[in-house]
Design a protein around this ligand. Structure first.
Ligand code: PTJ
Length: 260
């Protein structure tokens, strides 16, 4: 891809597209990954391609719930690893939780490919400096983040077929699960198992967004970077009103005319 100047107004979006194209070309993504990405881009445009205030609050809430959890886990799919893998590894290191590759369109090849991409992201995050505000042995902490998914020995009850597969030490035993870009059925199944489900979804009207415990209406790479900052200094609201958070996102979208 040709060099994009920093001043280009669409630089971040073009770079994200290129990451998706590169990942698709080596078989890491679902066939419909680009469609999902394009739908996300459309909502992001209407949100002004920024983290809106209600999303910032949802990010703080999600970071605090992950930090307080007994058994937190971060569940990732193809789009998420490609766009936000590095920051989600930082987040897992800070929270002290595993990352599980859990796919909607599951194949062993994609699971293996995404786990090896996560492994190289983990090495590069471990070799980089710790985030500001972190004290302790960063490298050791990052390298201790378990990467799960290759041997699913558990299941998500309420789902049939390969979509029910998960890991006992990850999703199955988790009380709090961060699962960006989740599908509506799985979100409902996880909720009905009594888990707190924290999602990142640019579409505030999706079934996932409406069913989740905490919905971060933001682009996954921006949200992941902010989750890292929030997890370093977690603070939780006394009462979380997810519907209000969705209403605020919708009102930003319906006010998009003011962006012109
Ligand atoms: O890797 P797999 O096999 O698990 O498949 C992943 C996809 C995303 C293809 C699969 O889960 C899927 O088809 O998802 P959906 O049902 O299209 O939902 C994706 C949701 O994520 C939509 O509501 C999009 O608006 C939203 N979305 C897309 N890109 C982003 C996003 N939200 C945040 N950040 C994004 N970059």
């Amino acid at each position: 891809m040709a060099e994009i100047p920093d001043s280009h107004p669409r630089k971040a979006s073009l770079m994200a597209r290129q990451k998706m194209v590169d990942a698709a070309s080596i078989g890491l993504l679902a066939e419909s990954a680009m469609i999902a990405h394009g739908r996300g881009e459309a909502y992001d445009y209407l949100l002004g391609e920024r983290t809106i205030e209600s999303a910032s609050l949802a990010i703080s809430e999600a970071a605090a719930r992950l930090s307080e959890a007994q058994n937190p886990v971060i569940s990732v799919n193809g789009n998420t690893v490609v766009l936000a893998g590095d920051d989600l590894i930082r987040l897992a290191a800070i929270v002290g939780c595993p990352i599980e590759v859990n796919l909607y369109y599951r194949t062993d090849e994609r699971i293996g490919g995404l786990l090896s991409l996560l492994d190289s992201q983990r090495e590069s995050v471990a070799s980089g400096g710790p985030p500001e505000g972190w004290s302790g042995n960063w490298r050791e902490r990052v390298l201790s983040v378990p990467l799960l998914g290759s041997e699913p020995d558990g299941s998500i009850s309420g789902l049939a077929g390969p979509r029910s597969l998960c890991c006992k030490d990850g999703i199955e035993r988790a009380d709090v699960i961060l699962v960006p870009l989740e599908d509506g059925d799985r979100c409902e199944a996880l909720i009905s198992l009594g888990k707190q489900v924290l999602v990142v979804d640019l579409n505030p009207l999706s079934r996932t967004a409406r069913n989740a415990t905490v919905t971060i209406v933001d682009e996954v790479s921006r949200a992941a970077a902010e989750l890292v900052n929030s997890a370093l200094d977690p603070s939780r609201s006394t009462e979380w009103d997810n519907e209000q958070c969705l209403r605020e996102a919708l009102s930003v979208i319906s006010d998009a005319g003011s962006l012109i």
